[in-house]
Design a protein around this ligand. Structure first.
Ligand code: HEC
Ligand code: HEC
Ligand code: HEC
Ligand code: HEC
Length: 471
């Protein structure tokens, strides 16, 4: 089958990312044999949120300099982020943080670009102001990385961003560079959402709301997710970054999927609610599944990963409840489905007491538009009707970026009983199918449906995943 998701241009760009990263790593490690060298990309990540990068605990209490201002009412860890005082545009009070809730009056650092690294390290140790001493929380290498970031790599965003926040760049040119982003963010930049389920941001909305933050993160990467490439590493010209911004701003502002599939999996992880402690009211009407508490509130626990309840994989074994599937509900109207979810149809099946209207709507959209019959692809014995060879290249182009070629970067089990992509694909292909289709609650994993994959392509990748190491 022709693989439509990885045209040659994307492959070429992905290779470029890889080669660039290897060359940077090589260069840095070679030079470090002589004298300590700073890495501007690490510096940029530290500037964003240093404790996430160093693995330190987030600071408690306000930064000592915070008391010298009173306009920005944030407290605690936020006050320790370089960006909170100096801005995403490095212009402090002279830039985007010159008004609004982030205003502090603190100066920018753009003018420091080009200054000797040693002087900047000194300023970070308090030479210009003893309250600006970060040496208690950041080691020498981190201070050096920050200083090199400031001295060598700062960008003046003014030529790239108009006063109304729109980009000056060429969106068509930017689209070619954006091919480096689509494996994770999707062709429309909205396969992963950031911030919260209630108020989600995607590439399109973030780049429009805060073009300076977008530019910073696109150039240096994301502190919470170091597998994300940094455009600075690849030596893109400033104007190229402006073109990426222009393209990003042309993308949709809403997530590609409803998020209902994530709620179906484990709604409290998605909404941030406390996990329920009592059994679900309907649980007492069965006695075969001996789980208790929060588990009994997961849609999947009663209706199955294959949405077939007692007629599917949960028709026997420890998950058996006898409860029905919901595949037939796909054809129901939104009103009918809402009536099921808010307890009108059955007062014991009322989820409006634990999730809000937006979540109920997302569940309805999932059932109507994003749920499909997995048993067409996963056989009763757990084998998958997919082409593992086609799946291999889909896996390499997408999943391997985060899970590694062998699927072992993340361990979903415990240290004693590790579980990897391969383990899960063999043990529970229905679960893997669901998660690959819609994503993983609480984790920045793109749903394959949001990447534009067909169910058959998902089957192909799950078939390939079953060939990965299980331990
Ligand atoms: C709480 C606010 C605050 C935070 C957080 C902060 N700074 Fe500053 N920074 C200032 C202020 C105010 C100055 C102005 C001069 C001074 O007091 O040294 C300054 C000055 C600077 C200077 C210029 C020094 C010079 O030579 O004039 C640099 C460079 C700098 N900061 C970088 C950073 C970096 C990198 C971080 C993150 C590790 C950071 N700052 C975090 C408030 C802050
Ligand atoms: C290997 C996967 C991967 C690739 C490739 C990737 N990203 Fe990301 N990116 C992520 C993940 C995962 C997150 C969210 C991390 C989180 O939730 O903390 C993210 C977050 C972001 C954010 C920050 C959102 C925020 O508000 O914190 C921006 C901006 C961004 N990416 C832009 C890009 C751009 C531009 C590209 C291409 C040059 C790109 N990414 C390529 C995985 C990737
Ligand atoms: C504790 C078990 C349990 C949980 C948890 C549960 N359901 Fe149900 N669900 C049932 C039962 C039992 C029925 C059938 C009830 C009846 O006939 O009165 C049902 C019926 C439905 C129906 C109607 C099906 C049809 O074909 O008309 C839908 C839709 C549905 N559930 C969706 C969900 C969603 C979405 C969730 C998660 C938010 C969920 N359910 C959680 C047990 C559960
Ligand atoms: C942008 C990064 C990213 C991409 C791309 C990605 N994943 Fe994930 N995936 C994650 C993260 C993060 C988790 C959660 C890890 C954890 O819980 O420790 C996860 C979880 C999973 C799980 C669920 C494990 C569980 O706990 O039940 C499976 C299965 C999985 N991924 C398979 C895949 C497959 C197959 C692909 C390709 C179609 C893929 N992932 C693409 C980041 C990604």
């Amino acid at each position: 089958m022709k693989n439509t998701t990885t045209p040659p241009k994307i492959v070429a760009l992905a290779l470029l990312v890889f080669v660039g990263a290897v060359m940077l790593g090589y260069g840095v490690s070679r030079m470090s044999a002589q004298e300590p060298q700073g890495n501007p990309v690490t510096g940029g990540l530290l500037y964003d949120k240093w404790w996430t990068v160093t693995g330190a605990d987030a600071p408690v209490g306000d930064h000592p300099l915070w008391a010298t201002q009173s306009t920005n009412t944030r407290t605690g860890a936020d006050t320790w982020r370089c960006k909170e005082c100096h801005g995403w545009d490095y212009k402090g009070a002279d830039g985007a943080y010159g008004s609004g809730s982030h205003f502090t009056g603190f100066p920018g650092i753009l003018a420091i670009k080009g200054q000797p690294v040693a002087d900047i390290v000194a300023a970070l140790k308090g030479s210009t102001n003893p309250d600006h001493d970060f040496s208690a929380v950041l080691d020498g290498q981190a201070l050096l990385d920050l200083a090199v970031f400031v001295s060598e790599s700062l960008i003046d965003t003014a030529p790239l961003v108009n006063a109304d926040k729109t980009a000056t760049g060429d969106a068509a040119r930017g689209q070619a560079f954006f091919a480096m982003c689509t494996a994770c963010h999707g062709p429309q930049g909205n396969a992963i959402y950031f911030d919260s389920f209630e108020d989600p941001l995607v590439i399109g909305s973030l780049s429009s709301d805060n073009p300076w933050e977008f530019i910073h993160k696109a150039r240096y990467g994301q502190p919470t997710f170091l597998a994300m490439p940094a455009l600075y590493t690849l030596g893109l010209a400033d104007s190229d970054v402006g073109d990426v911004l222009a393209y990003a701003q042309s993308l949709p502002g809403e997530p590609a999927l409803s998020g209902g599939g994530l709620l179906y999996d484990k709604w409290w992880t998605v909404t941030g609610a406390d996990a329920p402690t009592e059994n679900h009211p309907l649980w007492a009407t069965q006695s075969t599944n001996t789980r208790t508490g929060a588990d009994t509130w997961r849609c999947k626990e009663c209706h199955g990963w294959d949405y077939k309840g007692a007629d599917g994989a949960y028709g026997s074994g420890s998950h058996f409840t006898g409860f029905p599937g919901i595949l037939d509900a796909t054809s129901k109207s939104s009103e009918e489905l809402l009536a099921w979810l808010n307890g009108e149809a059955n007062p014991d099946h009322d989820f409006s007491v634990v999730v809000d209207e937006m979540a109920l709507d997302a569940l309805v959209a999932f059932i109507q538009q994003e749920m499909f019959d997995i048993s067409m692809y996963v056989n009763e014995d757990g084998t998958v009707a997919g082409d593992a060879d086609a799946g291999r290249s889909l896996y390499a182009g997408t999943c391997a970026r985060c899970h590694g070629a062998d699927g072992k970067i993340y361990n979903f089990g415990s240290e004693d009983k590790p579980e990897y992509v391969g383990t899960l694909a063999v043990d529970n292909p229905w679960e893997v199918f669901h998660k690959v289709a819609v994503g993983q609650p609480g984790a920045p994993m793109p749903g394959a449906l949001a990447l534009g994959w067909t169910p058959q392509q998902i089957a192909d990748v799950v078939a390939f995943a079953q060939t990965l190491p299980v331990e």
